[in-house]
Each structure stands twice: as structure tokens, then as C-alpha cells.
Design a protein around this ligand. Structure first.
Ligand SMILES: Cc1ncc(COP(=O)(O)O)c(C=O)c1O
Length: 374
């Protein structure tokens, strides 16, 4: 049988059987809505969701009431903008800073505010020769967006130090961390980092699509930006009805949650602890690619992902050729246009391994690439 090799973990993970089993078991045997019913089965679902929330909280060293379930990193990053701009203290005279490491989902929501005239100015933090944020270039701004790990270069940022320096410049700065790539490879410690918001997606660590996590440090301080069922403890009627909101997380989770996916996320997080990070395979592929003259590596040897370009070959052509050998890797601009602009290239090729990959897969990928570039 023809081999199919999936090495696009950074785009989305293949699902471990235990995640599939957990979701199927929930759907088949315990399904009910959460936060609404009072029958025993609904109570059991409430407990399962609470347990999943605790698992997520422990995973990033947060408290359960700081964990808001979203539909993914993009949803979380957009919700942060909507939450912040909905606060009574928000001023359109505010400023924000980004960096060229950002994914579109971290930066576009802020730039959109700029285009709509709802924020005053954007600053771009400088990168050093290793493409890490230069802390001395962090401006005095109201909001700072930090991409904890680039999805193109795989370099991790010293988030703790960046947050510290940003607070030196402005003690009231609000820091927003995009951990969509970091979460699969490095331990997140939100208490140590002391960031205000952090987002990631479940599907990039083996959970299903449709579930993500938004961490809010001072969750009780913010008024929600999204309204619906499950968030209000009491409606007070009068001429104008008023409501008493539940505290966090309920006040940020209007509507029915992606329950099945949350159950899968809990299992995926437990599974992630059993993975060695695929360093042996990544290292092998990196070393072999570095021996091919026409391959120009963009990532460093210690990066958990490998990005490169090939002299004289468009990345999309490479994608088609390698795809014809049933190899799935990512080619294009990776929704990270700014870093490609900075590197002066249109796009790149990215190989990212997951727990399902074997050395046999790695050898097959290298052998195929050698055949394509020869
Ligand atoms: C760094 C980074 N941020 C955000 C996202 C958006 O994640 P999602 O599409 O799961 O919302 C991605 C996805 O590739 C990413 O790599």
C-alpha cells in the first residue's frame, strides 16, 4: 500500500485514538447540555466540563475561573479585542504594538481597529538577528501582542521578560499572548509570565477542531462582550431590564459550549504529556536537509519545526510535487505575511512532526525531497 506521511502538525494534529474514543464515549453514553439541566446526567456533564477546565488550568498554571473555552485561537484573539474595546474605560486614543512574527489572527483584529479609526496608532517591535523581539524596542503602548512561538521560524520568545519590560514602559499595558504554536512544544506558565491574556487552539495539540482556550488573568475585572444563555444569574425587571452576571468563566461563555470537543481536549492534554516532542525526527530531517545545496533553511537546529525554501523552485510547485508522493507538509505564507516580507520571500515550506510520525516517515520524506530537487 502507498505510504501517506502527514508532517503538518503545526497546521493541525492527527487525532490520537484516545481522543476519538473519549468523544465517541461522551456522545454515545453521557451526552447532555452543560450549565443548564438539573437531572443527574446533566450534573455529570457539568462535572466533566469542570474537570476538563481544571486540567486546562493546571496545564498552563492558571486557576479554573481564568479559563474560557472558545472555538480556537483565532476566536480567542478576536474576542480579546472585542472584550477590551467593550470596556467602559477603553479609549480610541489607545495604541498597540505587534511584531513581524505575528500570525494574521493575532495582528489583523488590531489593524482592523486601526482601519476603522477605533484605535490611534500601531507600533511594530523590532526583531534582533535571531528574529526575537528586541526588548529595548518595546514601546510605551496600551496593548502589546506577543507571538510566543513563530509558526514560520519556530523561535520561542522570552514572554516573561517581554511582559516585564513592557510593564516598565507602561505599568498599565495589557499583554496578549498568542500561544497557538508554543503550546505544543513548551511548558506555558501564565503565573510566571504574568501576561493578561493568552490564547491557543485545541486542534494543534491533538484535540478536535472547534475548541480553544482563552486565559484571562483578571477575569473578574472585565465585562463580557458576548451575551446569551448561561451567563446571567438573575434578570431584574423594571422599566429597563437589568441583569446580574455570573462570575468568570460563565460570564464569558454565553451559549452552549463545544462540549464534545472540550472532553477531547482534556484527553489530548493528558496525551501530550506522553510525547517526546519528536526531537529525534526533527533533528534528523534538519540535518539531512542541511546537506542539500539548493535547500535554504530558515529555522535554527533547535526549532521544533523546520522551514525552508529551495533555490529555483516555487514553494507551491514543491508542495504539488511532494504531495504527489502522498506527503503532506505546509507550503505558502502560513498566514504570517510579515515575517515572509521581512525575509524577502513570498512563502516557505514547513515540515512539522507529530507523535504519529516515525523514523521511517522521516527517511521517506528526505528520500522524496532529494528526488525532487536533484
Ligand atoms: C501562531 C499562530 N497563531 C494563531 C493561529 C490560528 O489558529 P487557529 O486557526 O486554530 O484559530 C495559528 C494557526 O496556524 C498560528 O500558527
Amino acid at each position: 500500500m502507498k505510504k501517506f506521511v502527514y508532517m503538518d502538525a503545526s497546521a493541525s494534529w492527527l487525532k490520537n485514538q484516545s481522543v476519538i474514543d473519549a468523544e465517541v464515549d461522551f456522545l454515545a453514553n453521557s451526552y447532555a447540555n452543560a450549565g443548564r439541566g438539573i437531572c443527574a446526567r446533566a450534573g455529570l456533564v457539568d462535572k466533566k466540563i469542570m474537570d476538563a477546565r481544571k486540567t486546562v488550568a493546571e496545564f498552563i498554571n492558571a486557576e479554573p475561573n481564568q479559563i474560557i473555552f472558545t472555538s480556537g485561537a483565532t476566536d480567542g484573539l478576536n474576542r480579546v479585542v472585542n472584550i477590551l474595546t467593550s470596556q467602559p474605560w477603553y479609549r480610541e486614543m489607545s495604541t498597540f504594538a505587534v511584531s513581524d512574527l505575528d500570525h494574521h489572527s493575532a495582528r489583523l483584529p488590531w489593524e482592523n481597529l486601526l482601519h476603522e479609526g477605533k484605535i490611534r496608532q500601531e507600533f511594530v517591535c523590532e526583531l534582533d538577528e535571531d528574529f526575537n523581539i528586541k526588548t529595548d524596542s518595546i514601546p510605551n503602548v496600551d496593548f502589546l501582542i506577543i507571538t510566543a512561538m513563530s509558526n514560520v521560524l519556530g523561535n520561542k520568545q522570552n514572554v516573561k521578560e517581554i511582559v516585564r519590560v513592557a510593564r516598565e514602559k507602561n505599568p498599565n499595558v495589557i499583554t496578549i499572548v498568542d500561544a497557538a504554536q508554543y503550546v505544543a512544544h513548551e511548558k506555558i506558565d501564565v503565573k510566571d509570565w504574568n501576561c493578561d491574556f493568552l490564547c491557543f487552539s485545541g486542534h494543534k495539540i491533538g484535540a478536535d477542531t472547534g475548541v480553544g482556550v482563552l486565559y484571562i488573568r483578571d477575569a473578574d475585572k472585565y465585562y463580557p462582550e458576548k451575551f446569551g444563555g448561561g451567563m446571567v444569574s438573575k434578570v431584574i425587571s423594571g422599566e429597563e431590564s437589568r441583569w446580574i452576571l455570573y462570575s468568570s468563566p460563565e460570564k464569558f461563555e454565553a451559549g452552549t459550549l463545544p462540549l464534545t470537543q472540550i472532553i477531547g481536549l482534556e484527553t489530548a492534554i493528558k496525551e501530550l504529556k506522553n510525547w517526546n516532542g519528536g526531537k529525534d525526527l526533527t533533528n534528523y530531517i534538519y540535518q539531512e536537509l542541511s546537506k542539500i545545496n539548493s535547500v535554504k533553511l530558515l529555522t535554527k537546529p533547535d526549532s521544533p519545526i523546520i522551514s525552508f525554501v529551495i533555490d529555483g523552485m516555487h514553494v507551491l510547485d514543491f508542495g504539488v510535487l511532494v504531495g504527489a508522493h502522498d506527503i503532506c507538509v505546509r507550503v505558502g505564507n502560513m498566514c504570517a505575511s510579515w515575517i515572509h516580507k521581512k525575509l524577502n520571500i513570498d512563502g516557505s515550506i514547513r515540515i512539522s512532526v507529530g507523535p504519529w510520525n516515525t523514523m521511517d516517515d522521516a527517511e521517506y520524506v528526505i528520500e522524496t525531497i532529494k528526488g525532487i530537487v536533484k
